[in-house]
Design a protein around this ligand. Structure first.
Ligand SMILES: *[C@@H]1O[C@H](CO)[C@@H](O)[C@H](O)[C@H]1NC(C)=O
Ligand SMILES: *[C@@H]1O[C@H](CO)[C@@H](O)[C@H](O)[C@H]1NC(C)=O
Ligand SMILES: *[C@@H]1O[C@H](CO)[C@@H](O)[C@H](O)[C@H]1NC(C)=O
Length: 565
């Protein structure tokens, strides 16, 4: 959750010229938006369709795309409540079932909001397919307003967006004037709203749920099968309660609290981040235990702080405090690293245990040598991997996030920042200021959802569904999964996954992969009180392969393909 990709856009153009190459470097510096810092795995090149010979199957014409997949579209109305509504196309991708019998489509959502289901399947559809025993057609769809499903664009073209974004950071840094920060968000919001006035009220999650049901229908299915991660759990909880008779096998993995997500945004920040600092502490203690061979920060002699028991997490915290007024240069490059860049890096690391050694390396270089190169190298690597040059920026998370929830208790900037400040003091000094900066956009997002779903969450479902909560999850705490299980009143079964990182993929276990397999492949729900222990030690052990034949690298690929929230 939360790794918002506000200014990241998806477009089709690979880097073309010297000028664009320079622009990339600038974009890296300015936005830090792509890739790691915002944790997305989006890569949306247009599906190349040489000759584009599609074949018809049921209601769909499928065309080969991205080498091994099929792509199609489904036309849906902007407004389901208006029979004369204009229409647009949802963009779809399919990875065919590999095993007989086929159980039909399994829809997936990578989180966000604003994550592209098409890129999720493109990047890791095979891992999802194997995880469910190969019996489903894995179907990714870009939610409305996102990626290739009628994307919300805020600028005329790439030039306009780059000029607008030049030298404007994403986060309010210590010492910044909040009014100057906020006015840019206000201008940006106004610009987006001006350009998309007739569509923005219709991108709320309730409409995305209606799209899923339209997909179910078009696929000729009685029931919907679904695996949603992170924000995808809010989408899933919404879907099953809006269409209770259509619920097939549904897994909500990394559950966010649906009452705060659809409520006051500052409350949602507070309920989401209750274990973020634990994640940082665990990063530190695991590093100390692993020693300097495996963790570059395991040097007690070079520590900046010691709390009587531990030194790595205290050192990172002390360093971030110092960085607030001593940002870093990047040797041999005009780039700079601000405190919030470093904070965003360690925050993002709490999402995935597989990233811990590399992040420790970057911090060691910064702390021991006062160089930002480790951050920069890392940032660029991730960026090159995941964020092709884009000509145009879109604002993918905020249009959904801001209208699903509200900020009624914090109507102006002062009051909002007070709320964020409280969450920083009481919940997470690391993450609350970062999310608080990003979501300040919502104060200026003067759009009202044409339809919101805010519960009740206990509709009687055709089939019970499965929830997964991860004990060390930094953004979707295990308590939220337990809460949703209570709210659903016997219509769901909660499985507790012991581990760190975000969703069951942040630190996978053989035990939980089996629980997921048994559910999707055999229809077996876990028993009430189901739990799986942690099976690996961060920085130290990892499996080669899981019992289902999937390698640990494959699971890392799936974790990387999820979009933060
Ligand atoms: C949706 O896609 C189909 C197939 O490419 C096309 O015929 C149709 O015109 C599109 N609809 C809209 C509203 O763009
Ligand atoms: C095609 O879509 C219609 C209406 O949405 C649905 O009733 C029908 O079952 C679908 N047909 C097939 C073959 O999937
Ligand atoms: C800001 O909002 C708070 C409550 O949300 C209110 O008490 C306060 O008066 C407002 N301040 C201004 C300057 O409007």
């Amino acid at each position: 959750m939360g790794n918002q990709e506000i200014y990241l856009s998806e477009n089709n153009s690979p880097a073309r010229s010297g000028r664009t190459v320079r622009a990339i470097t600038t974009a890296v510096l300015l936005t830090a938006a792509c890739g790691y810092f915002f944790g997305s795995g989006i890569d949306l090149s247009t599906p190349e369709v040489p000759g584009a010979i599609g074949y018809k199957e049921g209601n769909f014409t499928w065309t080969k795309c991205y080498d091994q997949y099929d792509c199609s579209t489904l036309e849906v109305p902007i407004d389901y409540h208006n029979p004369h509504s204009a229409k647009f196309n949802l963009s779809l991708i399919r990875m065919k079932a590999t095993e007989e019998p086929s159980y039909g489509p399994l829809f997936v959502n990578p989180g966000g909001p604003g994550g592209s289901g098409v890129s999720l399947v493109q990047l890791a559809g095979d891992v999802i397919s194997k995880s469910v025993g190969g019996h489903y057609d894995i179907i990714g769809f870009d939610p409305r307003g996102v990626a290739n499903s009628n994307p919300i664009r805020c600028f005329e073209d790439g030039t306009e967006s780059k000029f607008f974004l030049a030298n404007r950071g994403f986060y309010l840094n210590p010492g910044d004037n909040p009014a100057n920060f906020a006015i840019v968000l206000e201008a940006y919001s106004k610009q987006c709203i001006r350009k998309n006035p007739d569509f923005l009220p219709y991108v709320s999650t309730a409409f995305v749920a209606r799209d899923i049901d339209a997909l179910r229908d078009a696929f000729g299915q009685e029931l919907t099968n679904y695996w949603g991660f992170s924000y995808g759990t809010f989408l899933g909880a919404t879907y099953v309660n809006m269409f209770p008779d259509r619920v097939g096998r549904v897994l909500l993995d990394g559950v966010t609290d649906p009452t705060t997500f659809s409520g006051e945004i500052v409350d949602w920040i507070s309920t989401s981040l209750i274990h973020t600092e634990d994640g940082l502490d665990k990063f530190g203690t695991s590093c100390e235990e692993a020693g300097p061979e495996k963790c570059a920060l395991a040097h007690p002699d070079k520590a900046l702080a010691f709390d009587g028991e531990h030194y790595v997490a205290p050192t990172i915290r002390a360093f971030l405090k110092r960085m607030a007024y001593h940002p870093l240069l990047v040797e041999g490059s005009p780039d700079v690293i601000l405190q919030t860049d470093a904070a965003a890096l360690i925050f993002a690391a709490t999402y995935k245990v597989s990233d811990w050694p590399a992040v420790a390396e970057a911090f060691a270089q910064a702390i021991y040598k006062s160089e930002g190169n480790g951050f920069m190298k890392w940032k660029k690597e991730r960026q090159a991997e995941r964020c092709p040059l884009v000509e145009e920026y879109t604002l993918d998370a905020m249009p959904i996030l801001c209208i699903d929830g509200h900020h009624n208790d914090h109507l102006n900037l002062t009051s909002y920042l007070e709320g964020v400040d409280k969450a920083s003091k009481n919940v997470s000094p690391l993450a609350a200021p970062l999310w608080g900066s990003l979501f300040a956009q919502c104060l200026y997002w003067k759009v009202k959802a044409a339809e919101r779903f805010t519960g009740p969450w206990n509709h009687g479902l055709k089939n019970k569904i499965m929830l997964i909560g991860v004990t060390g999850d930094p953004v979707t705490p295990v308590e939220s999964a337990e809460k949703l299980e209570r709210l659903m009143d016997g219509n769901s079964v909660f499985h507790k996954h012991h581990g760190w990182g975000h969703c069951s993929t942040g630190q996978s276990s053989k035990c939980t992969t089996k629980v997921i397999h048994d559910y999707f492949a055999n229809g077996v729900l876990p028993e009430k009180g189901s739990e799986c222990p942690m099976e690996t030690v961060p920085f130290q052990t990892a499996f080669e392969t899981f019992d289902n034949g999937i390698s640990v690298d494959d699971y890392t690929r799936l974790a990387n393909a999820l979009k933060g929230f």
